[in-house]
Design a binder for this molecule. Structure first.
Ligand SMILES: Cc1cc2nc3c(=O)[nH]c(=O)nc-3n(C[C@H](O)[C@H](O)[C@H](O)COP(=O)(O)OP(=O)(O)OC[C@H]3O[C@@H](n4cnc5c(N)ncnc54)[C@H](O)[C@@H]3O)c2cc1C
Length: 396
């Protein structure tokens, strides 16, 4: 159901924004509002830079502000989190390198983890001292995740895990992985035999093999698990309750998406700057495409605000997250196509103007966002969810 949006901020939220903006002006490693984060040829250098930047933010309490204070958060709400994320976008800050831990694993541990797990893992997620990966997808289990076959055999004091995971983002840098395993192959329903375990990515038997993407980078990996021992205290939730645990993770992955809003707000600003500089506004077709792209990013912001209003009233994210995912991924592809049109017919060869820090960045971004209709659940699956759960159509 569509909700009336409340776009007003409280004086406390305005003060939070001002305090964070002042912090950014003082601590940002490039000039506020004009500079850009450094770009590195090697992903490992990008990750190392990202860890230092996130650690700086976390040291002053600017990461995970919705988390409870005892784990390093500020105990604030979704709207305050949005304010912080908006300010990061305004400062043209890079994505947080520990985003899988912050956005997916942390909220899952808060909902299902033991007190010991929360104490042990959560603060180190915020400071990027430890990075995480999400070990869900397998070669034969993506959209149909419940068909996963990675086996966890109960043994004295824990489990022995054997199987193959794939498309695991940042596994080569991760210290821990949240892994879905099958503990009971004979369970009457496939979902009932699944258990969530925390895998030590440095343990014996863990093999990580980077997969090169069309961008030329290897952000994701194939992960081999060969008889890896996982102690009982690293099980998240009860044995057989892994499907519920996974539901929490996926709800956060598909729900309200300030991260993509940050990225696309930055992208549209860069694109308009570029178009201004190379005279694209003089071409009426490009002008229309640019107006369309800018309008769509603004609409995405409004969609996010509607979901935020809902969250701030204590309501669950709901299936509208699927509509949001569909919207932003298609918006992203159109925006990137417009960027290449602005660069002109030679865009696949474009290396930027001399001294332009964006050398090849749009081409890389275009290639990367072709995957936006696949990751976090494919668009076909999102359409089914919207059809069944939002529109109430009969199940297929
Ligand atoms: C950049 C990127 C990063 C990723 N990072 C991670 C990660 O860190 N951890 C992780 O666990 N996974 C990750 N993934 C995997 C991602 O979650 C899966 O790719 C996705 O769920 C789809 O699964 P699949 O690739 O097995 O495709 P499949 O499920 O085999 O789908 C193939 C095609 O069939 C369609 N299809 C399948 N079932 C249906 C159906 N019922 N109705 C209609 N159409 C259907 C799909 O929409 C798709 O077009 C990542 C993927 C990408 C692209």
């Amino acid at each position: 159901m569509l909700r009336r949006m409340d776009l007003r901020t409280t004086p406390e939220q305005d003060m939070l924004r001002e305090a964070f903006r002042a912090w950014l002006m003082e601590h940002l490693p490039w000039p506020y509002g004009v500079g850009l984060p450094p770009r590195f040829d090697d992903l490992a250098d990008t990750v190392a830079f990202g860890r230092r930047w996130q650690a700086d933010l976390a040291a002053d309490g600017w990461v995970g502000i919705t988390w409870p204070e005892e784990y390093g958060g500020r105990g604030l709400g979704a709207l305050e989190n949005y304010v912080v994320i908006e300010e990061l976008a305004r400062a043209r800050a890079p994505e947080l390198v520990g985003r899988i831990g912050i956005n997916l694993v942390g909220p899952t541990l808060l909902a299902h983890g033991t007190a010991e797990q929360k104490e042990r893992f959560l603060p180190l997620i915020l400071s990027a001292t430890e990075l995480w990966c999400q070990l869900f997808s397998e070669p034969d289990a993506g959209s149909d995740l419940a068909s996963l076959t990675t086996r966890a055999v109960p043994v004295e004091g824990g489990y022995r895990v054997t199987g193959r995971k794939v498309w695991t983002s940042y596994a080569q840098f991760a210290d821990w992985g949240l892994c879905l395993t099958r503990t009971d192959p004979a369970a009457p329903k496939r979902q009932q035999g699944i258990t969530a375990l925390i895998i030590d990515m440095h343990a014996d038997g863990v093999g990580v093999h980077p997969l090169v993407q069309s961008t030329g980078e290897a952000e994701f990996n194939e992960v081999e698990l060969d008889d890896v021992f996982v102690p009982d205290e690293r099980r998240v939730g009860d044995e057989g309750a892994g499907w519920t645990v996974a539901g929490s993770t996926l709800a956060h992955e598909r729900g309200i998406n300030p991260r993509q809003l940050v990225i696309h707000s930055q992208l549209i600003e860069e694109l308009l700057r570029l178009a201004q500089a190379n005279g694209s506004f003089d071409d009426w077709r490009l002008r229309q495409q640019l107006a369309q792209a800018a309008t769509e990013v603004r609409l995405f912001q409004l969609h996010n605000w509607r979901s935020l209003t809902r969250l701030s009233k204590g309501e669950a994210p709901g299936p509208e997250g699927s509509a949001l995912k569909l919207y932003w991924s298609e918006m992203s592809k159109r925006l990137h196509q417009t960027a290449l049109d602005v660069l002109g017919p030679a865009s696949p060869l474009w290396e930027g103007a001399p001294g332009n820090p964006d050398d090849g960045a749009w081409q890389r971004s275009w290639l990367y966002y072709q995957a936006s209709s696949i990751f976090a659940g494919t668009n076909e699956i999102q359409r089914t969810l919207v059809g069944e759960r939002v529109l109430g159509l009969p199940r297929g």
